[in-house]
Ligand binder design. Structure first.
Ligand SMILES: [Zn+2]
Length: 414
């Protein structure tokens, strides 16, 4: 059985974790930013150093192959894919996405170094903008469903920039970006290693989570519209205050979620008031919402319940309301055969494993719509993620990398 180089995996994770480091200790590698470009360049350098070849597709996903391994197989056959993302949320940690990206690279390096003859080619992937600065699970969506040019033109980032401007400035070609759906049969199967980003594995003392399915995700913006007035001269009972109504909406989110199921969650991460003056009653409140539920019926019910609540609150405060939600990403059951290959690999290596559901969205849920797909989770210390404290024990990193390699080989030879 071939082993990964756990020390090299660790060193790479530490080095990548120093790119885009902020004074807070968190990472800021927003997709297509200068920091993201530096991380991608670092990744290119690692591939070049290892003798691997990288191609960049129209939307900015990186696809890595081994000329040595391809020589020993039929490279035109559908390939086994493995990878994740190296962009981060605005103050993120060093493991989310980075682990799955570097571990996939480590696996391909080992296959390359050993000159391993496999029945299928293996590709290592870094998906662009997983964290959804422009759109949810952007890079994987682009290759599975695609974006028409008109939709790309309408996308804006967290900082209000237009995708087409930022992408062009970063060297992208928008015409190519609009035509990136992969031909059928490109991917044979796919497996992604990721940190759990929750507390279950650590609390139960389990080494490996075998992911059974990924949560459905919806989201967008609710805008409450009232009237701007003087903060001093307008009596409290004569106001159309969009800010106060937004507060009522936020306070009601736990209730809306509880009304659907125990696993339903709603988060509002950004609220902005317009025109935005300390002594001006807000005319508009823009409230972002991110909502998730494991089932297709649940996500639809959650969406309608949220819309109904926003309308109720708008009516109560005498305001207008606009709802602008993206089409929700459906829940993704993961492939049973891939799950059993992961489980067998863990058993063979003497690691404890348990089936687990993913409450976080991942590129694998888009890939699962075109090919058999699986995911491997390793424990997150304290269950923390999307924050500077995000951490995983180095032994768990090594275990995850090893099970990933065993699974890739299993998929390539099955
Ligand atoms: Zn991630």
């Amino acid at each position: 059985m071939t082993s990964i180089d756990a020390q090299r995996l660790k060193t790479d994770l530490i080095n990548l974790g120093n790119i885009g480091r902020r004074p807070s200790g968190g990472l800021g590698r927003t997709s297509f930013s200068a920091e993201d470009a530096a991380a991608r360049q670092w990744y290119f350098d690692r591939c070049a150093e290892a003798g691997l070849e990288v191609t960049v597709d129209g939307i900015g996903n990186l696809i890595v192959s081994s000329p040595v391994a391809d020589e020993l197989t039929d490279p035109t056959r559908p390939a086994v894919w493995s990878g994740s993302h190296i962009d981060t949320v605005p103050d993120g940690g060093a493991f989310d996405g980075a682990l799955g990206s570097i571990a996939a690279l480590e696996c391909l390096r080992r296959i390359h170094e050993e000159g391993m003859a496999l029945a299928r080619p293996v590709r290592c992937i870094v998906y662009a903008d997983e964290e959804g600065n422009y759109a949810h699970l952007f890079g994987s969506r682009a290759i599975t469903r695609g974006f028409p040019r008109s939709e790309l033109e309408a996308l804006t980032g967290r900082d209000g920039d237009r995708f087409v401007d930022t992408f062009t400035a970063a060297g992208g070609d928008v015409d190519r970006a609009a035509n990136t759906v992969l031909p059928e049969g490109t991917i044979d199967s796919s497996v992604e290693l990721h940190i759990e980003q929750g507390p279950t594995l650590e609390a139960r003392g389990i080494d490996i989570g075998v992911v059974t399915g990924i949560v459905a995700v919806g989201g967008g913006t609710i805008t409450l519209r009232g009237r701007s007035d003087h903060a001093g001269t307008t009596p409290m009972n004569a106001r159309k205050d969009a800010g106060v109504a937004a507060g009522a909406l936020l306070a009601s989110l736990p209730d809306v979620a509880a009304g659907i199921s125990e696993r339903a969650v709603i988060t509002s991460g950004i609220v902005t008031f317009a025109p935005g003056g300390a002594n001006v009653i807000p005319q508009a409140a823009h409230v972002t919402v991110d909502f998730r539920e494991p089932t297709a019926e649940g996500i639809a019910a959650l969406e309608s319940s949220l819309i109904a609540r926003a309308k109720e609150i708008a009516a109560e405060y005498g305001l207008d309301v606009d709802i602008d939600f993206e089409q929700s990403v459906p829940p993704a059951p993961l492939d049973e055969q891939v799950q059993s290959i992961i489980t067998a690999a863990a058993e063979e290596r003497g690691l404890s494993q348990v089936p687990i559901h993913s409450g976080a969205g991942h590129d694998s849920q888009n890939i699962a719509t075109v090919a058999p797909t699986g995911m491997i989770f390793v424990p997150s210390i304290g269950g923390r993620s999307h924050c500077p404290e995000e951490n995983t024990d180095w032994d768990d990193v090594a275990n995850g990398g090893q099970i990933l390699l065993d699974t890739i080989i299993g998929l390539a030879n099955r």
